[in-house]
Design a protein around this ligand. Structure first.
Ligand code: CMP
Length: 155
């Protein structure tokens, strides 16, 4: 039931001072941050994370972008967290992303779209392993749990 998603607040998000506003959206939704770090993504780390894109024509630009400044990596946990976070982040291209989503509200770019979010539970597990050791995750039960969801968890 509980899922985890890897979320990256990419260098444009950090440079544009949008980190607090984006994290607030996840917190306000009721998702839990169970790991977070500020890192300089290296080309090697970029290639591991974006393994499925390495051969694509846009990859060189993507690598320059993701290694071009600090990134915040986080693990977000919650019910159906992968789909919920993807919905909150919006379509890849900021010009096409719906209003109310992070990209729809703050991005006008296909590449500089502020946030990365895992696209499925399997890729989430792989991506979390790229950025975090198991002992860096800090799962917890929030004390406000009774006020977030009904006791029968699907209600
Ligand atoms: P992300 O969700 O992190 O996954 C892959 C990233 O590649 C994507 O966000 C964008 O930053 C970037 N990207 C995807 N498609 C394109 C494209 N056509 N041109 C440039 N960058 C792209």
């Amino acid at each position: 039931m509980l899922e985890r998603s890897l979320v990256l607040l990419k260098p444009d998000c950090v440079q544009r001072r949008l980190v607090g506003r984006v994290i607030s959206r996840f917190e306000e939704k009721g998702l839990k941050i169970i790991a977070v770090k500020l890192i300089a993504v290296t080309p090697e780390l970029a290639r591991r994370h974006y393994a499925e894109h390495v051969e694509k024509p846009f990859y060189p630009g993507l690598e320059t972008y993701i290694t071009g400044g600090p990134t915040i990596a986080m693990v977000v946990e919650g019910p159906q967290a992968v789909a919920v976070v993807r919905k909150m982040v919006g379509a890849t291209n900021g010009l096409e992303a719906a209003s109310g989503t992070v990209r729809g509200d703050f991005s006008t770019s296909n590449q500089m779209n502020l946030v990365h979010a895992s696209d499925g539970p399997e890729s989430a597990a792989r991506e979390i392993g790229v950025f975090f050791r198991e002992d860096e995750l800090c799962p917890y039960v929030p004390t406000i749990r009774p006020w977030l969801r009904a006791p029968d968890a699907d209600a």
